[in-house]
Design a protein around this ligand. Structure first.
Ligand SMILES: Nc1ncnc2c1ncn2[C@@H]1O[C@H](COP(=O)(O)OP(=O)(O)OP(=O)(O)O)[C@@H](O)[C@H]1O
Ligand SMILES: [Mg+2]
Length: 414
């Protein structure tokens, strides 16, 4: 049988970045890698994972299996992450074996361990909510007394999308939550429940050379602990507070020795101050808007940073960009996703769609949309509200096959 000749790939001189985790962040990083003439190598648990579907260079295995980590790192210029769940001892072992782990484990631990992070940030003089470690339930009651208000219980490791975070209404609830975690041997901390105006995110990148770059500070909107919407830049943020947040991000990236993208999740308190909620050292949901709304996307920037390329321009392309996550509907609609896309594109031709190749399931992050403000769109409150309505309408349509404004695609003529 005559074989079909394989296309020649001229990749000898190109670096290979390996990413641990095969989720949507790896999928979109691969997309950026393609534009740079590269192929992202991915460690994925399953061949059907979002990134494993699209990269031809996949190692199947677990992020807790040292042999799999070693295999994916073999010959790679840098090893990086789409989540923070690789055990620290395995990361240290990889470094000892000569792997270029980016961000390095001593930086990454601040995104893995909320207690280490809170302590380090306090030491660095960065503003954080009042907190304490919990050894017994008495610590929770004592702390609640001390701060004289509501408290939040958090698992120190392993949380994501609000899992491992209990916003207690009163001390009794907090104690009960703490009791459950401690009984299961899960390490927790308690912190004050912050009275906030809103949540912000300061996204920056840092290269090993020491170059830093900051995107405009954005507002994030969470529902049930999940980020559902991002407005870039954060509306009505004073130049002073915006600059303060960016400088904080760059300072932390430097002080912690971050390599790659760093997201600093922030609370803007009701009295106008900033508090750091948590850190992520990878592309982050709050940076998805950059794919269409910034000169350099966070995915390309992450690659540039871990490869020690000069960083890209972080300027916004428009006065406002709104990102809305597409979250699986409670009931999967009968209409196919393909048909939903047809209707969306017919009605809203400027909406940029990013789908992750995942099966539909209630509440699951299936994709996101970006609506980039145009010449006719204004950056004032009315303009922002209009863009938010459009992003929400598009995202809701994609997941629910229902228009939030009851428009009917078969009878309408606009
Ligand atoms: N101290 C606090 N006071 C008030 N609200 C809080 C506090 N800590 C957390 N929250 C709320 O809970 C959400 C999730 O908390 P956090 O970011 O710590 O959890 P996570 O599950 O690790 O995060 P992610 O969803 O970013 O993976 C926050 O975005 C915020 O809305
Ligand atoms: Mg968070």
């Amino acid at each position: 049988m005559v074989g079909v000749p394989k296309p020649r790939r001229e990749t000898r001189s190109m670096p290979v970045v390996a990413m641990v985790g095969g989720g949507q962040l790896a999928r979109m990083t691969h997309q950026a890698a393609v534009a740079l003439g590269q192929t992202l190598r991915v460690l994925a648990e399953n061949p059907g994972d979002p990134a494993a579907q699209v990269s031809p260079d996949v190692v199947l295995g677990s992020h807790t299996d040292y042999a799999a980590l070693r295999e994916v790192a073999q010959g790679a210029t840098a090893l990086t992450f789409d989540h923070e769940h690789v055990p620290t001892d395995l990361l240290d072992k990889l470094v000892a074996d000569g792997v270029n782990v980016a961000p390095p484990p001593e930086a990454l631990v601040h995104a893995q361990d909320k207690l280490v992070m809170r302590r380090k940030l306090s030491e660095l003089g960065a503003p954080v909510p009042r907190f304490t470690e919990v050894q017994t339930v008495d610590d929770v009651a004592r702390f609640a007394d001390q701060v004289g208000g509501q408290v939040v219980i958090k698992t120190i490791r392993g949380g994501y999308d609000g899992k491992g975070v209990v916003l207690a209404d009163d001390t009794e609830q907090a104690v009960a939550a703490a009791e459950r975690y401690l009984a299961d041997g899960v390490a927790i901390l308690v912190e004050e429940r912050v009275a906030m105006r809103r949540e912000l995110s300061a996204l920056v990148a840092r290269s090993p050379f020491g170059q830093g770059a900051a995107w405009p500070v954005v507002q994030t909107v969470q529902r049930d602990g999940i980020c559902v919407e991002v407005i870039a830049p954060a509306p009505d943020l004073s130049d002073e507070l915006g600059a303060q947040a960016q400088q904080l991000g760059l300072k932390l990236a430097d002080a912690l020795g971050v390599v790659g993208v760093l997201a600093v999740e922030l609370f803007e308190t009701t009295d106008g101050a900033l508090l750091v909620n948590e850190l992520a050292m990878r592309p982050h949901n709050s940076g998805h808007w950059t794919m269409d709304g910034s000169v350099t996307s966070q995915f390309e920037q992450h690659l540039r940073a871990v490869l020690d390329y000069p960083l890209g321009d972080t300027t916004a392309r428009a006065p406002v960009t709104v990102m809305a996550n597409v979250l699986g509907a409670p009931e999967i609609p009968a209409m196919s996703v393909d048909e939903r896309l047809h209707h969306l594109f017919a009605r809203m031709p400027d909406v940029k769609v990013h789908l992750y190749g995942k099966g539909e399931r209630a509440g699951r992050k299936l994709g996101h949309v970006n609506v980039v403000g145009g010449i006719g769109d204004r950056a004032d409150a009315e303009g922002v509200a209009a863009l938010r309505e459009r992003a929400d309408r598009a995202a809701h349509w994609l997941s629910h096959a229902q228009w939030t404004d009851d428009w009917n695609e078969h009878t309408a003529d606009d």
